[in-house]
Ligand binder design. Structure first.
Ligand code: MRU
Length: 345
């Protein structure tokens, strides 16, 4: 299968280039790719969710370090200038660990290299393209392992968008769906709308229906209703940061889905690459949850849906406790949350 990259580095000449990405804020109404040419533009692209989804923003961070190096070429303290700009990009969104993971991988190259500035830029480009290609390969492995837990003809509930759009291609949770669908075209997906940014409604249904997968859109409050009616067989979502004990941060609302799944004895899986596991944190208590603009809650398509005076709080993510998670599907196989630490052994 030839996979189109949702985000990729495009060389424009020897040492220059752009980060080309699908503008996800326009989907599904408009499919448009934009070129990010500066570190400021990259900060904004991540912050405003032009590019979103943990693995995709990781690659955006890797591209951001290339842009930082290109912008720093005439600086006497080249390495320090890159570091400052990279830290700025890293501050754009706090929850998904893939962002700092990929930036760190690029900064290691900068720190360790005694090469010329030009050579360092070349090495950064090479590494970013390697990370892009690896992301697709990893997702296919996640898909392959994950397809084993999907019963024949199952209906899979997913939350947010952990698909091709949230990665370089193929997806994590939707990679599992895609791989299962290749073996059994009778599987079905229920996609949560995912308020407030509607990634489920806008992106997941767009991706899956284009692939010919039977997809039903439901609002976030409907999951438990369909579970009770025995209409959901398994839940698979992505993650933004997983603690060593298996506690998993994902889009706000995932925790509620996991609680409902546990109550109804429905298996709940997280699908994520090793780069989403943060070995520096023991439990989900240590995960920083991004607080986003209140307008995401008070407006839909820039139209207010409530009076101005209302109090609003808008956390972008929640943490699903390890005890609610049946398994974590990675490129190294499926782990019980309590055995996740083995992935680092
Ligand atoms: O705020 P978003 O859209 O970046 O949140 C995305 C999610 O929560 C995804 O489920 C997660 O990043 C996994 S993507 C493979």
């Amino acid at each position: 299968m030839n996979i189109e990259k949702t985000i990729e580095w495009i060389k424009t000449d020897n040492l220059k280039g752009v980060s080309r990405m699908i503008d996800q804020t326009l989907l599904p109404y408009e499919y448009k790719k934009i070129d990010i040419k500066t570190t400021d533009e990259m900060y904004n692209a991540i912050k405003t969710m032009i590019v979103r989804g943990a693995p995709a923003i990781g690659i955006a961070g890797a591209h951001g370090v290339i842009l930082a190096a290109i912008e720093s070429i005439n600086e006497s303290d080249f390495k320090n200038s890159i570091l400052k700009k990279a830290n700025y990009i890293n501050s754009s969104r706090p929850t998904a660990v893939n962002l700092s993971w990929a930036i760190k991988k690029q900064l290691e190259i900068v720190e360790k290299s005694n090469e010329t500035k030009e050579k360092i830029i070349e090495l950064l480009i090479k590494n970013a393209i390697k990370l892009e290609n690896e992301d697709i390969e990893i997702n296919k492995k996640i898909g392959e392992y994950g397809s084993a837990i999907i019963p024949k003809g199952a209906t899979i509930l997913t939350h947010c968008n952990a698909g091709a759009l949230a990665t370089v291609g193929y997806g994590t949770a939707l990679g599992v769906v895609r791989s299962a669908f290749e073996k059994d075209s009778t599987i079905k997906v229920f996609a949560d709308e995912t308020r407030p940014r509607q990634q489920g409604a806008r992106l997941t249904t767009y991706e899956l229906i284009r692939d010919g997968i039977n997809t039903t859109l439901i609002t976030d409050g409907m999951g438990a209703y369909f579970m009770k009616k025995n209409m959901i067989d398994v839940v698979v979502t992505g993650a933004d940061r997983i603690a060593l004990n298996g506690d998993s941060a994902n889009k706000i609302g995932t925790y509620m889905v996991a609680i409902a799944a546990k109550y109804h004895n429905i298996p709940f899986y997280i699908a994520a690459p090793k780069s989403t596991i943060d070995p520096s944190i023991k439990t989900g208590e240590e995960i920083t949850i991004e607080l986003r603009d209140k307008k995401e809650v008070t407006e839909i398509n820039e139209k207010p849906i409530c009076i101005d005076e209302v109090n609003v709080i808008n956390p972008g993510f929640d943490v699903t406790c390890a005890s609610l998670i049946t398994g974590i599907i990675t490129e190294y196989g499926i782990f019980k949350p309590q055995e996740l630490y083995k992935i680092f052994e």
